[in-house]
Design a protein around this ligand. Sequence first.
Ligand SMILES: [Mn+2]
Length: 475
Amino acid sequence: MTHYDDFRAFLDALDGAGRLVRISEPVDAEPDLAAAATAAARLGDREPALYFTSVNGFTDARVALNAHGSWANHAIALGMEPDTPVREQVAELTRRWDDFPVAPTHREGAPFLQNTLEGSEVDLFRVLPLFRVNEGDGGFFLDKAAVISRDPDHWDDTDRQNVGIYRLQVKGTDKLGLQPGTIHDVAQHLRHSEERGEDLPIAIAVGNDPAVTIAASTPMAYDQSEYEMAGALRGAPVPLAKGPLTGLDVPWGAEVLLEGAVLGRRREFEGPFGEFTGHYSGGRAMAVIRVDRISYRTDPVFEHLHLGRPWTEIDYLMGPSTCVPLFKQLREDFPEVVAVNAMYTHGLVAIVSVRPRQGGFARAVGLRAMTTRHGLGYCKIVIVVDEDVDPFDLPQVMWALSTKVNPDEDMVHLSNMSILPLDPSSSPVGISGKVVIDATAPVEPDRRGRHGHPVRDHPETQRWLRVLRERIKER
Ligand SMILES: [Mn+2]
């Protein structure tokens, strides 16, 4: 299958498929870059990636936004046909997930070695054309960089080496803020280094192989390597290089590599930032990074993630890779689970289809979704539907909600459950009620309602589907 060893190869593939709009006329960094990306998002499923090559105020800027920002682009990122329906993309990701782990390869001659800034030369503003995405952002952010760190108590264990996408606020020429959420692996690394009274070495790669970006935004276990997952997802080992300062394993094809340290026991004000929830997170005390070395390719491309009021690029990026682990974890206990759509705001709402085994079974599956690793911090509303309802087809889901739910009896309400602190409806922060909505038809011994005679498609429908598809193609 097609894969890309660097971000530029992905951009070329998007271009070749007519999925990239090049904008060479001069634009203002603010608000044009973000406004154009928001406009692209409002085009619906046809939205293209954007590549800007002339930004006012910069002598030299290349900015790519929205690279993952449509189902077609997400398919191209993983070497699938651009018109692959989202349900099929999730199913294919689920199959590739089983190939984990695929060990990475180590390759010499990383292009980012072409240019280096060290010591007093280090200046983020010289290398990156920084801009704000949402008007209330408290500063410039890096929001699509792969952040690489290791467990200082197990430095040689590359399974515990973590690659994650965490927002980074630019605070000076050589200073960044980092948001290590308590559930994130980098928070554990930082805690271990602070217990040792040390700083935590860190590498930050900007502009990457799109499969690395997808793996880095996938909820995985602490000791599972994101590089080995990226290898499984793209069907080929991921090429890695050594960070020249930290020795950390970094994506070989990175456009820009920042290396330095998270300063032990230092916290400073960070934020606000327009988050994936479609709301700003406030300013909070967060960790601080000192950048000691910048390595970069000649003519680096600044890959940036577009966030706004959903849906935007981040929803396409995180959606499918949220569905797969939740599906896998549910299937371990309940093989009757047919499909999981947890694409709505990273799984705050999840839709699960099941083959009910007995009365009460569907709600048990819904409760289990809430106690999975990911569900603990997300899965606030779980809708359980029957196996003949496609969780990715929202009109079908709405039909099930409309006709199979009796609110008196089909809502399982739980109080004071855990939720990620970024959920703007949590109260107090990090605590929320949760609800399972059982939208399946009752089965024995549950005898409520009158669902015994649903209307079904004629068996001949499948034949007619093929006929009509051919006819439409001919035109
Ligand atoms: Mn990890």
